[in-house]
Design a binder for this molecule. Structure first.
Ligand SMILES: *Cc1c(COP(=O)(O)O)cnc(C)c1O
Ligand SMILES: [Zn+2]
Length: 421
């Protein structure tokens, strides 16, 4: 069980629902709920520890049509849905028979997270971070971002009436800059890559106590939002776990929390705790976790990212070692694909399922293909691919490869000729 005893030191108690303490993932040291992210004993990352009440399927099914139906499993107050937030989640789980046929997988599903308010899975983590930050007394929502997080933070802050401070690498895709700027928070482009921007954010977080950097000083709460992907997949499959799931990896947080979400559902008796395998997907141009996996290492050596999959371009992934743990424990793997394969992955998903994913989705599809071709993914097991972002934000990835077949005069004959009829 994930239950823990209440924190020993008598700190302020915040209403964060079932959350009871922050616990170090390395040494287990516990502290009261607060805006902390690193263990004072060993500098290990802190994680939310819970004491769950009785959670029943019927109550979840009767809940809000958003991630808040799982509020009893998240570090948020029970009245979370009464505060303005973007209320993401409950995106489609799509049966993908045509993509399955193309890949040689019999039983394939696509979790289509392009359907979130700002068109990526980041709305999930930001909604939880905002809800927790409100309880912890913050008034400004901030982040360093590779793009999608910038959108989600700026939108959630706008809706909540909060100020936002968003830091992005200056090389970011134009679409992701504009789709952040439109919410009119404070957006700053920083000369440097994501890892530089992240370091800057960590420095600022220690100097501005009212700024909640969602993925820095409130990261333990933020990260829990990714569990909702696993909860939804299990609920949408009819309250059971899939046999395999392929998850894109940037910092690695999403993958570790998808694993945690499946595990919790099993422990709470919401699903049969059947075995599942978790696979990680990276772009070769930023594949530090895949490289460590293939070398049999437990530590992840940082790299300098060079890939069109910018939303996954984190060269020093904070959760890298925990990704390695999760994939090895569940019998999965981490694999990586070239930018060329990423574009092919985007086009394959679009052509077979009518879903236009961003580069991260191309990474997931292309990695699934490679995992099958190399015999790592079982083509007979029920498989879910996480498609985490929308292709409209990364048009440049496909722009010079696709377009109209021809430009014709407005005549039926010209159309038939152009189509070769
Ligand atoms: C951020 C992001 C991810 C992965 O996030 P991590 O939790 O940092 O591994 C995956 N897909 C998209 C589209 C993202 O924006
Ligand atoms: Zn510790």
């Amino acid at each position: 069980m994930t239950a823990v005893s209440a924190p020993t030191s008598a700190g302020t108690s915040f209403d964060l629902g079932p959350a009871r303490a922050l616990s170090c993932r390395e040494c287990g040291h516990q502290i009261p709920l607060a805006a902390e992210f690193a263990c004072a004993e060993c500098f290990g990352p802190l994680e939310v520890a819970y004491e769950f009440g009785k959670i029943r399927r019927e109550d979840i099914e009767a809940g809000p049509k958003s991630i808040w139906r799982y509020r009893g499993l998240l570090p948020v107050p029970s009245d979370v849905d009464s505060h303005p937030n973007t209320d993401p989640g409950l995106t489609r789980l799509v049966r993908a028979d045509r993509l399955g046929a193309a890949l040689g997988v019999k039983n394939l599903w696509v979790k289509d997270d392009t359907g979130n308010p700002t068109h990526s899975f980041k709305d999930r983590v930001v909604a939880v971070a905002l809800a927790a930050a409100r309880q912890l007394g913050f008034t400004v929502l901030a982040c360093p971002s590779t793009g999608n997080l910038a959108n989600a933070v700026a939108a959630a802050a706008a809706r909540a009436g909060w100020q936002s401070v968003v830091l992005i690498p200056s090389s970011l895709e134009r679409a992701k800059v504009l789709t952040t700027a439109v919410y009119d928070g404070a957006l700053l482009a920083v000369d440097g890559n994501y890892d530089d921007v992240n370091r800057l954010a960590t420095e600022l977080a220690s100097e501005h106590e009212d700024w909640a950097f969602v993925n820095v000083n409130v990261r333990p709460y933020y990260a829990e939002g990714s569990k909702t992907l696993a909860y939804e997949v299990a609920e949408q499959l009819g309250w059971r776990l899939p046999g395999q799931i392929v998850v894109p990896v940037a910092s690695g947080s999403q993958l570790t929390k998808v694993d945690k979400g499946f595990r919790e559902f099993g422990e709470l008796g919401l699903v049969e705790p059947t075995p599942y395998r978790v696979f990680g997907a990276q772009a070769t141009g930023c594949s530090p976790v895949s490289a460590a996996y293939k070398s049999g290492l437990d530590v992840v050596a940082p790299v300098r990212p060079d890939t069109i999959a910018r939303s996954l371009a984190i060269g020093a992934p904070a959760d890298g070692p925990y990704v390695l743990d999760a994939v090895r424990r569940t019998g999965g793997a981490v694999e990586d694909v070239t930018d060329e394969e990423v574009v092919e992955g985007i086009r394959l998903l679009a052509r077979t399922e009518g879903i236009f994913a961003e580069t991260a989705g191309g990474v997931t599809v292309a990695t699934a293909k490679k995992l099958i071709e190399t015999g790592q993914l079982d083509p007979d097991a029920e498989t879910v691919l996480l498609i985490t972002g929308d292709g409209l934000k990364t048009l440049d990835a496909v722009a010079d490869r696709i377009g109209p077949k021809a430009t014709v005069p407005p005549s039926a004959k010209a159309v038939r000729e152009a189509l070769g009829f």
